[in-house]
Structure formats: structure tokens, C-alpha cells
Design a protein around this ligand. Structure first.
Ligand code: HEC
Length: 152
């Protein structure tokens, strides 16, 4: 029994480094992989965000459950791109300012997350007027960051 415990504890110590979160850079084998990953996440986020546009413009009937489902995907996908902007992954459609003015880039992410939290809450109410207001704030967050950090 004692020996088994010792073997187990040695095994746990040996496995510990593998359980530590990998650094952002180590998540991708090549910089191109990071670019592809962040662009893919942004594309999926944008697709689901865009599906809500005709609803808030009154061009499509308001299906509260559908909007809630799309907003949930936007919220989830919005967490993913940022770890793929690590050092050495310059390029894609990103301006050099992402790296040279990284604190401001991070502020843009925080603004987005704050506005998406409000959109999630608005979608939960089932009230189109609230969804419309919150949607507009998120769209402004997208645009503000793109103006500074994304190539046209
Ligand atoms: C904190 C900054 C920031 C915010 C906020 C942001 N984006 Fe972007 N977005 C970028 C950058 C930088 C790129 C360029 C990424 C690249 O090509 O490497 C980009 C690229 C994209 C792309 C192109 C992806 C591709 O395939 O090339 C889409 C679509 C997009 N964003 C949609 C959105 C939408 C929709 C929102 C808001 C819901 C949003 N973004 C919010 C910074 C941001």
C-alpha cells in the first residue's frame, strides 16, 4: 500500500507540468496557425452576430429563442480570438498596433466583453427594444477596435 502511494505520488508529480495551462504561443505550432484560428473564431462570431442584424432592423420577425441562441454563440466565440494574437503572430488582417499598443487592444477586448454581457442580459429579457440597444453597443465595440487594429 505504502509503495503504491509512493508510485502514485511520483506519477502525479511527473504529470503535473502537463496539467499546467500552456502559454499562448505554445498553443500553436506555427504563427499561421494562430492567424487561422483567430480569423476562424472571428468569422463564426461575426456570422452569428450578423444573423441578428435584420431582426433589430425590423426586417425579420423577432424570435426571442433564436436571438438568445445566436447571442450565446457570439458570447462564447468572443472569448476565443485573443489568445491567438500572441507575440510572433503578427500579420493576417491585424495592424502592427495590436502588438505595439497592446494595452489599448486589450481595452478593446474588455469593452467588447462588457457590451456582450449586456446583450446576453437583454436577450434574456425577450424585449426587442433592449436587444436593439445592446446590439448597437456591441456593433460600436467591433467598429472601434477595427478602426484602430484591423486593416481594411
Ligand atoms: C479588440 C479588437 C476587436 C474587436 C472588439 C473585434 N474585432 Fe474583429 N478583428 C480584429 C482584428 C485585429 C482582426 C484581424 C485579425 C486577423 O486577420 O488576424 C479582426 C477581424 C475580424 C473579421 C475577419 C476575420 C477573417 O476571416 O479575416 C471579422 C469578420 C470580424 N473581425 C468581426 C468582428 C465582429 C462582428 C466584432 C464584434 C462583435 C469584432 N470583430 C470585434 C479586432 C477586433
Amino acid at each position: 500500500m505504502k509503495r503504491l502511494l509512493r508510485v502514485l505520488s511520483v506519477a502525479c508529480i511527473a504529470a503535473a507540468p502537463m496539467l499546467l495551462p500552456a502559454t499562448a504561443a505554445a498553443q500553436f505550432a506555427k504563427p499561421e496557425d494562430a492567424v487561422k484560428y483567430r480569423q476562424s473564431a472571428l468569422t463564426v462570431m461575426s456570422s452569428h452576430f450578423g444573423r441578428i442584424a435584420p431582426v433589430v432592423r425590423g426586417q425579420q420577425p423577432y424570435d426571442a429563442a433564436q436571438v438568445k441562441a445566436d447571442v450565446a454563440i457570439v458570447a462564447m466565440m468572443s472569448k476565443l480570438p485573443w489568445s491567438a494574437f500572441g507575440p510572433g503572430t503578427e500579420g493576417g488582417g491585424a495592424k502592427p498596433a495590436v502588438w505595439s499598443d497592446n494595452a489599448r487592444f486589450k481595452q478593446g477586448q474588455e469593452r467588447l466583453h462588457g457590451d456582450i454581457d449586456k446583450l446576453v442580459a437583454a436577450a434574456d429579457t425577450g424585449d426587442l427594444a433592449q436587444v436593439r440597444t445592446a446590439y448597437g453597443a456591441v456593433a460600436a465595440s467591433c467598429k472601434a477596435c477595427h478602426d484602430n487594429f484591423r486593416n481594411r
